[in-house]
Design a protein around this ligand. Structure first.
Ligand code: H2B
Length: 117
């Protein structure tokens, strides 16, 4: 199954965060689309988070995008950290329960890319 077809699984901790080797194939799939050629997801904070900035037309479009992300996050029970501004939404994903990256973060990242269109 591709990342966009998968759903997040409840994560109450107890698992190790993904290391660089484990996340490599997930990152490759996540950044395989054409949009990633000019605006890829980056692994940040010492391999503990994913980050990507989206450009929108204006503030209203930015907040509309945030509202759609909110619905997705609630449906998947996995939530991003967001920075919102005029024509800008910055998405940061990490699995707080384990203090690092899990497959949930890559699934939600792919699903947010699909929302952005
Ligand atoms: C029980 C439920 O899985 C947890 O409370 C969820 C909610 N959303 C979450 N979102 C993120 N990003 N990390 C988490 O650890 C997390 N935990």
């Amino acid at each position: 199954m591709t990342l966009t077809e998968q759903h997040c699984t409840p994560c109450e901790g107890g698992q190790e965060p993904l290391d660089e080797a484990a996340m490599a194939p997930l990152l490759e799939e996540l950044n395989a689309g054409e949009a990633a050629a000019t605006n890829p997801w980056a692994v940040v904070s010492g391999n503990r988070a994913l980050k990507k900035g989206y450009k929108l037309k204006d503030f209203v479009q930015a907040v509309d995008f945030v509202n759609r992300i909110k619905d997705l996050a609630e449906a998947e029970n996995h939530h991003p950290d967001l920075e919102v501004g005029y024509g800008k939404v910055v998405v940061r994903l990490t699995t707080h329960a384990i203090g690092g990256l899990s497959e949930n973060d890559f699934i939600l990242a792919a699903r947010i890319d699909a929302l952005a269109g």
